[in-house]
Design a protein around this ligand. Structure first.
Ligand SMILES: [Zn+2]
Length: 92
């Protein structure tokens, strides 16, 4: 016959192990945004020490900056005539 108390005990132990792993056992860390290796939380930018990852990250940041500027210009093209039209209406 299966000892129900034993099974319960084992389940509790398993649960404790799981909780232990989730809290404290693994030190706080983050992952390289390129290769997802664990890296220290203090790492900034959020990449590991691999040159490839650092370069890729810089490339990505450059691309993001370009996209942001392009968006800014794009919206600016729409915003300027709108603001001018609004100003013209206010002026009379
Ligand atoms: Zn990496």
């Amino acid at each position: 016959m299966v000892d129900a108390r034993k099974v319960k005990d084992m389940a509790a132990k398993k649960a404790n192990q799981f909780i232990g792993a989730a809290a404290g056992k693994v030190p706080p860390h983050q992952h390289c945004r390129i290769c997802h290796q664990p890296i220290p939380v203090s790492a900034d930018p959020r990449v590991c020490k691999e040159t490839a990852c650092i370069e890729k990250n810089q490339q990505d940041e450059k691309n993001q900056r370009t996209v942001r500027i392009a968006m800014f210009v794009f919206f600016g093209l729409f915003a300027v005539p709108y603001v001018l039209a609004l100003a013209a209406r206010v002026m009379g």
